[in-house]
Each structure stands twice: as C-alpha cells, then as structure tokens.
Design a protein around this ligand. Structure first.
Ligand SMILES: Cc1cc2nc3c(=O)[nH]c(=O)nc-3n(C[C@H](O)[C@H](O)[C@H](O)COP(=O)(O)OP(=O)(O)OC[C@H]3O[C@@H](n4cnc5c(N)ncnc54)[C@H](O)[C@@H]3O)c2cc1C
Length: 405
C-alpha cells in the first residue's frame, strides 16, 4: 500500500480510537466524531476534585486481555472490585448468590435449546403456568436489566453463553475509563462535532459528507453504534442493502444510569450489587468509603425521553434501604439516559438468533474500501463491553493492513 493511502474513521469510541492507533504508523488517519468529545460510551465525568463518575462503561469485566494490557502499557492504575450481592425484600437486604429461583434447572433447559430459540419461547415452553409467575418476572428483569434485551428477540444461546461464563475478578479503572480514552487518542488527528451523513464510494475512494464539510479518503472505517446502521442514519451510495439488513439482525438495548452523590453513606456497607423489584431496580457502591450510589434501569423501560427520573430513583432507594430521607441526604444527582445521548441513542448490543451470521456479513470489507467495526460486531466471550469494541477495532485495523486480493 502506498504512503498516500488515507483512512477516515467514523466514531471516536474505543473501537475507532484503537483502530486509529494501530493504523497511524502506516497511513494518514483522521477520526470524525459527532459528539463534542472522544470516548463515545466510555465517558467519565469529574464533577468535583477527587470525585469521578462513570456515565457509561465502568467495569472491566474479568481478565480481559486487550483492556488490561492497554492499561498496563499506559501505566493507568486499576483496582479489583469487592462487595457482596444482596436482594432487597421489604426494606431489608439479604445476602444472596442467586436472584432467580431454580437457576440450575433454567440453565439446563437453556443449554439444550435449539440455536434459533428466543428467551420468550423458552419461558413459554418450560415455565408457562401461573405458578412460575415469579420466575418469569425475575428472568425478564434480569434479561432486560443486565442484557438490555427484549425477551422476544434475545437468543437463548447468547444468554446461556454469557450467564455461564466464569468472569473472574472484575476491576475499575482508578480515575475512570476516560484515562484509557485519553491514552488511545494521543497523537491521533480527531475532528469532533462532525456528524457523518453520507458516504459515496467506489473501490479505493470515498467521499464523506458531514453536516457542513466534505472529506475524501482511500478507505473508511465505520465504528458507529449498530443502531445508527439499523436506522440508516448514514446513507451510502451505492447503497449497501445486505449490510443494513444484517445490522437489523443484531439486538440493541438501552439503559439509564444514575450516579447519586450523598452527604452520608446511609447504606452502611460495600455493595457489589443490590437487586430489587423497584422501578430503578439495581444499585451498587463504588467502594467502601465512597459517597456515590450508582443505579441502573435497563431494557425497554429505559427507552425514550423520561420525566422525574431523579425522584423515581430516590423513591426506589428509600424503599430498598428503608431510608425515608433520601432526598434530603442527596448532595448531587447525575442521570444519564443513554437513549437520548447524541450519536449513541442506546446502551449496547445483544445477540438475536441470526446475529452471528449478520456479524459475518458486517465484518466482510466492501471492495477493500469500506470497513465496519464496533462493540456490536464482536463475537467472543465479552459481548457488549469496551473489550469487545477494542477487539473489533483492532481486528479490523489488521484487515485494513492486509487487504484481501
Ligand atoms: C451505561 C453504560 C454502561 C456500560 N457499562 C460497561 C461496563 O461497565 N464495562 C464495559 O466493558 N462496557 C460497558 N458498556 C459498554 C461499552 O461502553 C461499549 O461496548 C463500548 O464503549 C462501545 O465502544 P464503540 O467504540 O463500539 O462505540 P461507541 O463508544 O458508541 O463509539 C461510537 C462513536 O461513534 C459516534 N458516532 C455515531 N454516529 C456518528 C456519525 N454519524 N458521525 C460521526 N460519529 C458518529 C458516536 O458519537 C460515538 O462516539 C456500557 C455502556 C453503557 C451505555
């Protein structure tokens, strides 16, 4: 490949930035980003000295090779996470291992289900009766809350693989994921506030139009969230109908994340996770000494613009911790509704029965000129994570470096 080859990368999240880092030694690379800053779904907010909150990604879910090796390479400190799991029932917290009754039996059915089965079909087959109402409700809460998924669409195989994986130790990055983003974006040409609307292409040449500028390059790597491809918010000429159809075969869920800074730690313990039946059902602490409680409302109920979110979160906490004064004890509250976030409009992807074949389409380069990457195109043990995005971005950069003949 000649030194003249230019590459435009669309999206400055983890996938786009690692690809830019990998490609910059060989090509002239420019990253175009719709938002005012890099990071995408990994965005740390620093509201006061010594305090940071993760509005998006927060955990390193296990011994993840790319994430941890980048942190080591960059000298960025990270810390293992402790904390127990609790169930909230009638104002009391009970330490528990499992949220779903008959968990082992449920996993047994899931492990044997045909590949095309959705979770709703499995529940209807094995747990149809009214006597299973509680189990159905808890499964649905878990699938929607943790995987952000629709029961009607999510593949049982996807959930089974995820739920049975031994994660090992989880970590947090001491000063937030943004420190990793800052490391990746060092020395990269990044242009923010550029929303790509149109890409016209022929082999070896692309013309990219944003809301106010036109760019040209030899190749383009598109790392926008999968829903942007589903909604065709970027138009291609010639069109790529097989790619658009494939994007629609990948599940996309959303989430609202609450970071509430209190004047005192009324929860009085380090909480790995507390699960409840409240409207904002899942909460956790940052560390034993932290004054921040983080809340999580995922899945269909987190979609769209919403009102009174802070009040609803405080109400849930009052019930879970049997603490009537949550509003008076609140110092500052930060609420991030990801379904309304510019350039993202959601949380992360999940597997539907046809997702793996859809990913095979989307990861096939178009005429060695158009490439796609991002969290949703990853196949492996860490779906829906920053690791997934890094893996996909790096792998696609390697494909660009070794074009198919
Ligand atoms: C609330 C929340 C919590 C999470 N928690 C965790 C966690 O604890 N651990 C974990 O590992 N993962 C977590 N994740 C998932 C993780 O953040 C993502 O998987 C990962 O950051 C995705 O990276 P990406 O580069 O694929 O996409 P993104 O980070 O979404 O980057 C894509 C970029 O493309 C830009 N873009 C979109 N359209 C255009 C356009 N037309 N023109 C130009 N730019 C455009 C977007 O603005 C965005 O910056 C969480 C996600 C959310 C939302």
């Amino acid at each position: 490949m000649s030194a003249q080859t230019t590459i435009i990368i669309i999206g400055a999240g983890a996938a786009g930035l690692i690809a830019a880092k990998e490609l910059s030694d060989q090509y002239k690379v420019t990253v175009l980003e719709a938002r005012p800053q890099a990071g995408g779904r990994t965005t740390t907010h620093y509201p006061a000295p010594g305090i940071h909150i993760e509005t998006g990604a927060e955990f390193v879910h296990g011994e993840l090779p790319i994430t941890l090796s980048l942190l080591k390479e960059a000298g960025i400190p990270y810390t293992p996470i402790n904390g127990d799991m609790y169930l909230a029932e009638n104002g009391e917290l009970k330490q528990e291992e499992a949220w779903i009754e008959d968990w082992d039996q449920l996993l047994g059915h899931m492990g044997k289900a045909p590949a095309a089965t959705t979770m709703q079909q499995l529940l209807d087959q094995y747990y149809p009766a009214a006597q299973y109402a509680a189990l159905r409700e808890h499964v649905s809460g878990y699938v929607e809350g943790y995987d952000l998924a629709d029961l009607d669409k999510v593949s049982v195989k996807y959930l089974y693989d995820e739920w049975t994986l031994e994660q090992g130790t989880n970590y947090r990055i001491d000063n937030g994921y943004t420190t990793l983003i800052n490391y990746l974006r060092k020395d990269i040409e990044l242009i923010t506030n550029q929303t790509v609307q149109h890409i016209s292409w022929e082999p070896g040449h692309v013309t990219i139009k944003t809301q106010d500028k036109t760019y040209t390059a030899s190749k383009v790597l598109i790392t926008v969230p999968i829903n942007m491809l589903q909604n065709e918010s970027i138009q291609f000429s010639p069109a790529l109908p097989a790619y658009t159809a494939a994007a629609k075969q990948i599940g996309w869920g959303t989430v609202i994340k609450f970071n509430l800074l209190f004047k005192q730690a009324f929860w009085k313990r380090d909480i790995g996770f507390v699960l409840s039946d409240e409207e904002v059902p899942v909460w956790w602490t940052q560390s034993e000494n932290s004054l921040v409680l983080t809340g999580w409302m995922g899945g269909p109920r987190a979609a769209g613009s919403q009102t009174d979110l802070l009040e609803r979160a405080l109400h849930a906490l009052a019930k879970i911790f049997n603490e009537p004064n949550t509003a008076e004890l609140l110092d500052q509250g930060f609420v991030h509704n990801w379904s309304t976030e510019q350039g993202i409009h959601g949380g992360y992807s999940y597997g539907m029965p046809s997702s793996e074949s859809a990913k095979a389409v989307l990861t096939t380069p178009v005429a060695n000129t158009l490439y796609f990457a991002g969290e949703a195109l990853y196949s492996g043990d860490s779906p829906g994570t920053v690791e997934a995005a890094l893996h996909s971005g790096r792998e696609t950069a390697h494909k660009i470096k070794s074009p198919q003949v």
